[in-house]
Write a protein that binds this ligand. Structure first.
Ligand SMILES: [Zn+2]
Length: 134
């Protein structure tokens, strides 16, 4: 992994650690079955296999098998590559180019969740999840 990619990668791991801690500490997130996406590290509902932010399909890949390419719904992507792609392009894949409108939407959601880390209030979480559905 290139040095600059490694930095991006570490930021994702750090974000996931922070959101996992937040979820564990807030009943309103636990009750809703919120988990973190293994790829972009933002919170999502457990019921969604496909992350509405980065489009990674959660098939149980974790840090231990992040380098493995299994095929299937994520195609030729390893979790490691998907994380780096998301850091650079806001999409786990590298074939589809997002429109400005899509990028703006994703950035807005990311900002809402990033704010939630600073101010972990339920209404802020609701706002972020509502935006995810739109
Ligand atoms: Zn994601």
């Amino acid at each position: 992994m290139e040095k600059k990619d490694k930095k991006l990668y570490e930021l994702i791991l750090e974000r996931r650690r922070k959101f996992n801690e937040l979820i564990k500490s807030k009943n309103y997130l636990l009750k809703e079955d919120i988990i973190t996406c293994p790829c972009c590290a933002y919170p999502k509902k457990k019921e969604f296999d496909i992350c509405p932010i980065c489009w990674w399909q959660d098939e149980g890949y974790e840090n231990e098998n992040a380098k493995i390419v299994r095929g299937g719904p994520n195609g030729y992507l390893s979790l490691e590559q998907a994380r780096i792609n998301f850091s650079k392009t806001l999409n786990c894949g590298d074939t589809k180019k997002l429109s400005i409108k899509e990028k703006t939407r994703i950035k807005k959601i990311m900002k809402l969740f990033d704010d939630l880390l600073i101010t972990p209030k339920k209404d802020l979480a609701n706002k972020a999840f509502k935006e995810l559905k739109n």
